[in-house]
Design a protein around this ligand. Structure first.
Ligand code: SAM
Length: 373
């Protein structure tokens, strides 16, 4: 991906572009970030980029000419031109995701009192980073560049941003690192239990709880309300009233509801999910169930020194599950999620293969020793 930044103050980007994750992403050529000085695109002797507003008023405005010149010389067919302005669409994680899929973007930084209104005619999108006024668009351009870059494939581990706050309209779950106890504050026992199914459930619940406490607006504004509460799904009726139902799940995404109060929804015998986010939640739940069964089988095989047939069987089951996931679920889930599951399955296969290989070596060694004695 290419990010072009148009600014009057290119030096402000020096530190930002040359440290940490952004530097590494540039070094690895995962992102190409170019900073252009708008002043280089002026045509007058004094390199004027701003002038006083017609009708009077305080401050200076950025002129059309240098900005039109700059954009027209940098822009390619697929370039999206983005103006950073307090009037724009409020920037959020969803917007960051959608920008990270672009091939080429231009981020236009304003300064002084802002832009001549006619500049908006060559802009595809206006973005604000929040309801406050900064002196210039440089910090907003860094904010957008930073959050978009970390979503580009290969920049950070995909699992990290899948779990980030605002992904799925939920805040991140609480996290802890060493030591287990600090000044009397203990890490929750569940995180030390090693039971990954329980840990995932705990994290999902904490995520929902934290969002309800700190950012209920995220949940209210989201049609995906409560979708994280597995087993408890909401339906939104025409009056946008949210009702909670417990649903018995079958595999085809047609649901046979149970425990629906008759007076609420009379005569419903089946629910067919069309909302993609619900389907996604159910698809993930079904995959998790299958993974759980598989993990139990694998644990038996890994703990049993004698069972070669079991290992072969489980390797077959891993392939079978991968095929099922690809054919039944990949339409409903992101490539990133499917990629994660495939990686997990591959790691499990590697572990079983390694164990079989080690065991074969031990057998060879013992046979050899037996022959020598
Ligand atoms: C001082 S501001 C201009 C504010 C403008 N007079 C107004 O009231 O909307 C100068 C420049 O900083 C940038 N800027 C300031 N606050 C911003 C924000 N919250 N989001 C995005 N850009 C911002 C914009 O590029 C803007 O043109």
């Amino acid at each position: 991906m290419k990010i072009n930044i148009l600014t009057l103050f290119p030096n402000m980007f020096d530190g930002f572009l040359n440290e940490s994750i952004i530097k590494r992403a540039r070094d690895k050529k995962l992102v190409d970030i170019n900073v252009h000085n708008i002043r280089d695109y002026t045509s007058d002797k004094h390199k004027h980029v701003d002038d006083t507003p017609y009708g009077g008023g305080a401050g200076m405005l950025l002129k059309c000419e240098p900005i039109f010149n700059a954009i027209e010389s940098i822009k390619k067919e697929n370039t999206k031109v983005i103006m950073l302005t307090p009037e724009g669409e409020k920037f959020n994680q969803k917007l960051a995701y959608s920008l990270s899929k672009e091939e080429d973007i231009i981020l236009l930084c304003g300064h002084y009192e802002g832009f001549d209104e006619r500049i908006k005619s060559i802009v595809d999108k206006e973005i604000s980073i929040g309801d406050y006024i900064l002196t210039g668009g440089e910090l907003p351009a860094m904010v957008v560049t930073d959050s978009v870059t970390r979503l580009i494939k290969g920049v950070i581990e995909e699992e990290s941003h899948l779990n980030d706050s605002f992904n799925n309209d939920l805040l991140d779950y609480p996290q802890y690192t060493k030591p287990q106890e600090f000044r009397g504050m203990k890490v929750p026992d569940i995180l030390l239990s090693g039971d990954h199914k329980k840990i995932d459930e705990w994290r999902e619940n904490e995520s929902v709880k934290k969002t309800e406490e700190k950012r209920p607006d995220l949940i209210k504004s989201s049609k995906e309300h409560k979708r994280k509460k597995i087993g408890n799904y909401s339906l939104i009726d025409d009056n946008k009233k949210i009702r909670m139902f417990d649903l018995k799940i079958n595999s085809s995404y047609n649901f046979i509801p149970k425990k629906i109060k008759k007076e609420e929804v009379a005569g419903i015998s089946k629910v067919i999910l069309v909302e993609p986010t619900f389907v996604e939640a159910i698809a993930k739940k079904n995959i998790n169930k299958k993974m759980d069964i598989l993990l139990k089988q694998i644990a038996i095989v890994l703990n049993d020194e004698t069972d070669d047939e079991g290992a072969e069987y489980v390797l077959g089951e891993i392939d079978r599950l991968e095929n099922i996931i690809i054919s039944n679920y990949s339409n409903y889930l992101s490539d990133a999620y499917i990629g994660l599951i495939k990686n997990k399955l591959k790691m499990l296969k590697d572990e079983i293969n390694l164990k079989m290989m080690m065991k074969a070596r031990v057998v060879d060694y013992e046979n050899e020793r037996g022959r020598r004695l």
